[in-house]
Ligand binder design. Structure first.
Ligand code: NAD
Length: 356
């Protein structure tokens, strides 16, 4: 297969970690007989410096003309003082809305080698943790009306949470399609005992489930889900939920893996175009020191192959290679523990390539 990937290295450690992910993709291309064509473009602080705009049209065009986007991270103290309209994170928001990305996919996986770094009790973590949170990204209370007014001499604030059937239907399809490629279980999370949006959510997700008879659907209230993620995470395969609940649950889930340096994230829309990135920021405190952990970005490249290119074997080859390198005791600084061998960003990338 020949595929085009828009590459946004971004700021801080972005260029270092994306460089290692590209080395890994090249290794996969060589082993499995694919051709990946990279189209480099700018976003964030480096785009502000070059264009006075964190996500210029030229960058959007390159993303739209690609099959997938690989992103490092954006931002840093150099751009903290720029006007609000051109802050680096504005670039991220504009990219998501311009590309129609309404689903955020956050895998939570505990590599058995990382179990000492996991905050869960061993009797819980040893049952295995491997689930994905699918979060609706462009609607709900974050995008509803926000109002503040004086009522009877005191300030009253209101945030409106709204969902349409179509907004729920399309995210539900993302979750079910993902579950078909995994263990075929979807848990839909809501607060249907209280919220009207949640009752609509439950009805529409249940309707969508009828098109996926091989996937098992369950429903769970969000407060229970927050507990179950800590108490019995092995029960989950794909969790699908609305924007606010997903924001909180995906951050709760991210600590189970041991370090933010290990976790990838994908943002998708209706087509196969997606943006793949690690969950952490640009880590300006360690930029240029060859100490950043590239594993989150390398696993984001695996998600890119799985979700946008349907290359399931190739994605698994990357994940298995990461696991083997961890088995060999190699660790970056953020996940270093006694008796392990500390390696830098470049060396970690090289070892993963070697293990593929
Ligand atoms: P951060 O995630 O960049 O860093 C938090 C801490 O984790 C730092 O100590 C950092 O050194 C460490 N860390 C992060 N990634 C690491 C890795 N791969 N390997 C080893 N250590 C790692 O969060 P922050 O410091 O709050 O933000 C720094 C900048 O990044 C800010 O400008 C922020 O706006 C931006 N940011 C960007 C994104 C994005 O691009 N999606 C996300 C979050 C923050």
């Amino acid at each position: 297969m020949e595929k085009k990937i828009a590459v946004i290295r971004g700021d801080g450690i972005g260029p270092e970690i994306v460089g290692e992910a590209i080395n890994v993709l090249n290794k996969v291309a060589e082993k499995f007989g694919h051709t990946f064509i990279y189209d480099e473009t700018l976003m964030g602080g480096c785009a502000i410096d070059a264009y006075g705009d964190p996500f210029p049209q030229v960058s959007l065009d390159k993303c739209l003309n690609s099959d997938a986007v690989l992103l490092g991270a954006v931002g840093g103290p150099k751009w903290d003082g720029v006007p609000k309209e051109i802050r680096p994170e504005r670039g991220l928001l504009r990219m998501r809305s311009s590309l129609g990305l309404y689903a955020n996919i956050r895998p939570t996986k505990l590599f058995p080698q990382m179990k000492e770094a996991c905050p869960l009790k061993p009797e819980i973590s040893e049952k295995g943790v491997d689930f994905v949170v699918v979060r609706e990204l462009v609607s709900g209370v974050y995008f509803g009306e926000h109002r503040s007014e004086q009522v009877n001499g005191q300030e009253k604030a209101t945030d409106i949470m709204a969902y349409t059937e179509e907004e729920i239907r399309r995210i539900a399809h993302v979750a079910f399609r993902l579950a078909e490629k995994r263990r075929k279980k979807v848990c839909s999370v809501d607060k249907a005992n209280v919220l009207a949006t949640s009752r609509l959510w439950r009805r529409v997700v249940s309707e969508v489930a009828e098109s996926y008879p091989n996937v098992e659907l369950s429903h769970m209230y969000v407060d229970n889900c927050a507990m179950q993620i800590i108490r019995a995470p092995h029960q989950f395969d794909v969790i699908v939920t609305e924007n606010l609940f997903g924001d909180i649950l995906s951050d709760e889930a991210s600590i189970i893996g041991g370090s933010i340096g290990l976790i990838p994230s994908a943002s998708m829309g209706s087509g196969t175009l997606g943006v793949y990135e690690p969950i952490h920021g640009s880590a300006p405190d360690i930029a240029g020191t060859d100490t950043a952990n590239p594993i989150g970005t390398i696993l984001a490249a695996a998600e890119l192959l799985r979700n946008s290119f349907d290359m399931l074997t190739e994605a698994k080859a990357i994940e298995d290679a990461v696991s083997r390198v961890l088995d060999d005791g190699c660790r970056c600084g953020d996940i270093m523990s006694e008796g392990m061998k500390q390696v830098g960003c470049r060396e970690m990338g090289r070892l993963i390539c070697e293990a593929i």
